[in-house]
Design a protein around this ligand. Structure first.
Ligand SMILES: NC(=O)c1ccc[n+]([C@@H]2O[C@H](COP(=O)([O-])OP(=O)(O)OC[C@H]3O[C@@H](n4cnc5c(N)ncnc54)[C@H](OP(=O)(O)O)[C@@H]3O)[C@@H](O)[C@H]2O)c1
Length: 266
């Protein structure tokens, strides 16, 4: 069984509107190019699924829920058909006008800005349980999951809370991509919770670690005692088959063989 996810006890119960971010980045802050991610790390893909589907502390144990994943239109369209939208989560897609390319789906909403996405989450929470194919569910935590344009907005947004950063210890030669996406320097906007760092198993010669960072604006107001871990991953999150891990592996690795030639160092 995977190690539990440790969330610092800084939950602001809804409707406060905070969100967390999940990203995997190389040492030169590269996150993807030409609509794919040039590495395949199964343990990181499992981590992504666990974090974005974990039960928030404000949702009672017996209450069905969905978390929210917020992403840019390019990231959304880069998901393989079979896993678009990301299952078991409400997918909010940011677009300035290409919404016609995003088919309607009960688990998809299209919005024109990050603030609209966050407001929508608040409205849905206020409206009561969300009606889905699986029945009524509570609206849980919100996660910004990319890509580069949306991370740039989220890094600077005052409602950002935790950043789950998988640092992949490779430097990517970005000149090999037509369109590259990056994150900004994380320490400009976040402060690292160094005791929360977790090494991932080496895969394909690649080392990586999951780091947890907290909005620097929150940091001074959070007493040391409040950063104690309080929530653990639910066993149920590890059940339910491999479908999403397959998807995420596909997402990251569809062109992995091609990408191998693009890595400049390990
Ligand atoms: N490593 C990781 O963790 C990770 C995670 C996710 C994605 N990625 C990678 O990131 C890359 C994609 O990133 P990207 O920067 O090219 O694209 P993106 O951020 O996924 O999407 C950009 C699109 O979002 C919409 N958008 C951007 N700003 C907006 C705003 N202020 N209001 C409303 N809509 C807005 C626009 O859509 P319209 O054009 O429709 O207007 C824009 O074209 C891919 O290579 C993907 O594989 C990596």
């Amino acid at each position: 069984m995977s190690p539990p996810i440790m969330f610092p006890e800084i939950d602001c119960p809804p409707p406060c509107g905070q969100f967390d971010l999940v990203v995997a980045a190389s040492t030169n802050n590269f996150i993807g190019g030409d609509s794919y991610i040039p590495w395949t790390l199964k343990s990181d893909l499992a981590h992504f699924r666990r974090v974005t589907t974990a039960r928030p502390s404000f949702v009672p144990d017996s209450t069905p829920f969905v978390n929210v994943v917020i992403m840019g239109r390019i990231t959304y369209q880069s998901l393989p058909d079979k896993f678009r939208p990301l299952p078991g989560r409400l997918n909010i897609v940011l677009t300035r006008g290409n919404s016609a390319n995003i088919p309607d789906h009960p688990l998809v909403r299209k919005v024109g800005s990050l603030d609209c996405a966050l407001n929508l989450v608040q409205e849905l929470r206020r409206a009561g349980p969300l009606l889905t194919d699986a029945g009524p569910v509570a609206v849980g935590s919100s996660f910004v999951i990319g890509g580069g344009e949306i991370y740039a907005l989220a890094f600077q947004h005052p409602a950002r809370r935790l950043l789950f950063l998988t640092r992949v210890k490779v430097s990517i030669d970005v000149s090999l991509f037509t369109r590259s996406a990056f994150i900004q320097d994380v320490d400009t906007y976040f402060t690292q919770l160094k005791d929360k760092t977790r090494q991932l198993p080496e895969e394909g010669g690649l080392e990586s670690q999951v780091e947890m960072w907290l909005n620097s604006g929150i940091m001074p107001a959070v007493p040391e005692a409040d950063t104690a871990p309080v929530a653990s991953e639910q066993d149920t999150l590890d059940k339910g088959g491999d479908s999403e891990e397959d998807f995420l592996a596909m997402m990251a690795g569809a062109k992995a063989a091609d990408a191998r030639g693009r890595r400049t160092s390990f």
